[in-house]
Ligand binder design. Structure first.
Ligand SMILES: [Zn+2]
Ligand SMILES: [Zn+2]
Length: 374
């Protein structure tokens, strides 16, 4: 029995059996196949369905660093930056395959697990689905056709038809079985809140990226250095927001838009569906004064030299004068308001000066390097 459902004109959702059949026999309706599997090499069809297929690589794209770095670490490969996926991981591959190599297959690597990051694949995959539908037709499949691939199709319906995640799921269920895991539902919710685009400059995405980084660290105590955010000192500042400086030497440490907001007094539990078993998971909070935050929390930034593999907590020092400006703790720490933030990269307000740039006043720029933005 195979699962193959027509969701919209030229858009099919299926399981691995359906994909194997279509690739083997060719299709008058389908030209593009999107595979979302944890082991998606073409041999998977032989292993599971005894279907041996030829394939010809078009390209492979790897996950790069946080702000455009990392291009040199694996030669001859293309890199995509700015994601929350582990640096160096294969982001996606494109190939020709199937009968007479007539199909274009895009492959993204994902387990059907709640902690799995699908969000960073959405824009890519949705564009691929669009292209496939325009050419002839596209099949989106995973193993069972219910969670990973269904989530992709739901995200696609959301973007195309401006539906909420709930509406898109309900709509899909009218033509196919679909049951995304709770972590995927959470990511569809984030996608909706970012207006159907993975907006990497939005506070929502930054919070997600920080959590994903902390989750990776909690697994093997290794810190993905390429995910350090750009140093504000070398970024050209078109921001009109405030800047944060070392109180002692005035060196710039942070732009306002690099701050990860938290709701005073509330536990940082938004991603509990996704990142279970993260170190430092704490449900209760400190009794704090919800009217007062003495810390701000950020993503790790290039100047934070004390952040290393296997170092779970430490001080954050000003890169110029070495004054202590804050601290970090992968298992989280409390703000004075009672919120616990996990992981915590925390600047103490008493150690920094905040310079507010008034509207209309253009700040002097520090033109050391090209534009690098968080
Ligand atoms: Zn300093
Ligand atoms: Zn606070």
């Amino acid at each position: 029995m195979q699962k193959l459902d027509l969701v919209r004109e030229n858009l099919y959702l299926g399981d691995i059996c359906a994909a194997a059949e279509i690739l083997k026999n060719g299709s008058s309706e389908i030209s593009h196949v999107l595979t979302v599997l944890h082991r998606p090499s073409i041999s998977v069809f032989e292993e599971w369905r005894n279907v041996k297929l030829e394939s010809k690589e078009i390209k492979e794209v790897y996950v790069g660093g946080g702000d455009g770095d990392g291009q040199d670490s694996l030669q001859g490969k293309e890199f995509a930056t700015e994601s929350a996926l582990p640096s160096g991981k294969l982001l996606y591959s494109l190939e020709r395959t199937g009968k007479d190599l007539e199909f274009t297959r895009m492959v993204v690597f994902a387990y059907d697990e709640e902690c799995e990051n699908l969000l960073d694949f959405f824009d890519l995959c949705l564009d691929f689905i669009d292209a496939g539908r325009k050419e002839k037709g596209v099949l989106v499949h995973c193993f069972a056709g219910q969670s990973r691939s269904a989530s992709m199709v739901i995200a696609y319906l959301m973007r195309m038809e401006m539906l909420s995640g709930k509406e898109a799921l309900a709509s899909l269920r009218q033509c196919a079985q679909a049951s995304p895991n709770p972590g995927f539902l959470k990511q569809l919710d984030l996608f909706e809140r970012m207006n159907f685009k993975v907006d990497r400059s939005s506070p929502i995405y930054k919070h997600f990226r920080l959590k994903a980084l902390g989750y990776l660290y909690s697994k093997d105590k290794k810190f993905d250095r390429l995910k350090l955010r750009a140093d504000p000192e070398i970024m050209s500042n078109e921001s009109s927001g405030s800047t944060y400086h070392c109180k002692k030497c005035k060196r710039i440490l942070l732009f306002q838009e690099q701050v990860i907001d938290h709701t005073p007094g509330e536990a940082d539990s938004e991603f509990d569906d996704m990142f279970k078993n993260m170190i430092g998971e704490v449900r209760n909070k400190n009794p704090g004064d919800p009217n007062q935050c003495t810390s701000i929390f950020v993503e790790p930034i290039v100047w934070m030299n004390t952040v290393e593999d296997f170092v779970s907590e430490g001080k954050l020092l000003c890169p110029k004068c070495s004054a202590k400006v804050g601290s970090f703790d992968w298992s989280g720490s409390y703000c004075s308001c009672g919120s616990k933030i996990i992981p915590a990269f925390q600047l103490q307000m008493s150690r920094v000066d905040v310079i507010t740039v008034k509207d209309g006043v253009k700040k002097k720029k520090n033109n050391k390097h090209d534009k690098r933005r968080v």
